[in-house]
Design a protein around this ligand. Structure first.
Ligand code: AMP
Length: 183
């Protein structure tokens, strides 16, 4: 599982892992954006929350993950990206994984100081095509992360699964740190 605030470089590092190991990538943000492109009711509902920098309600998010999980063979490893983001989601995931005879192997947290994040966010906000990447919405997303996702970090820390990685430096340097932890 990969965790980190918006702007931490999570997406980039997860893509490396996916390529290196062939793991299934389960990214709830990507799934919501797919639904939005397809114009499904779920996509429209998600967009109402995403466009404001808020989280999509837990029942909706967990329901979507439940469906996706049911279609992944039990022998395939999964890297979760952007899920779980709330303690309720983390608990629901523990239960879901149990039903599939799975468990969380490792949680990687990419840590980036707040000032650095704010700098990256304003740059990304100018260059991104994503509707939720404007500087205002990104700032809101950081606040929501602090309120609702930090407790998830504690949840996995207590479970002894958390590995913290310094997310500052070159992309390859960070990739090497991640690879070491995963190994
Ligand atoms: P991401 O691509 O992971 O940055 O997600 C983009 C947006 O999708 C987030 O800002 C939320 O609005 C929504 N989203 C993605 N994953 C979740 C989740 N696990 N729980 C609630 N909302 C989510």
């Amino acid at each position: 599982m990969f965790m980190g605030p918006p702007g931490s470089g999570k997406g980039t590092q997860v893509r490396f892992l996916k390529e290196a190991h062939g793991w299934e990538h389960l990214a709830t943000g990507d799934l919501f954006r797919d639904h939005l492109r397809l114009g499904t009711p779920l996509g429209r509902l998600a967009e109402e929350h995403m466009s404001k920098g808020h989280y999509v309600p837990d029942e909706v998010t967990v329901g979507m993950v439940r469906e996706r999980l049911a279609r992944i063979p039990a022998s395939t490893r999964i890297v979760f990206d952007g899920f779980p983001r709330t303690v309720a989601q983390a608990r629901a995931l523990d239960e879901l994984l149990g039903q599939h005879g799975r468990r969380v192997g490792c949680v990687v947290l990419l840590e980036v100081p707040r000032e650095e994040l704010l700098g990256r966010i304003s740059t990304r906000g100018r260059s991104s095509a994503r509707s939720d990447d404007s500087p205002e919405v990104l700032a809101r997303r950081l606040e929501v992360y602090d309120e609702r996702t930090r407790p998830v970090v504690e949840h996995y820390e207590k479970a002894g699964l958390l590995r913290r990685i310094e997310g500052v430096g070159g992309v390859d340097e960070i990739r090497a740190r991640v690879a070491e932890v995963i190994a």
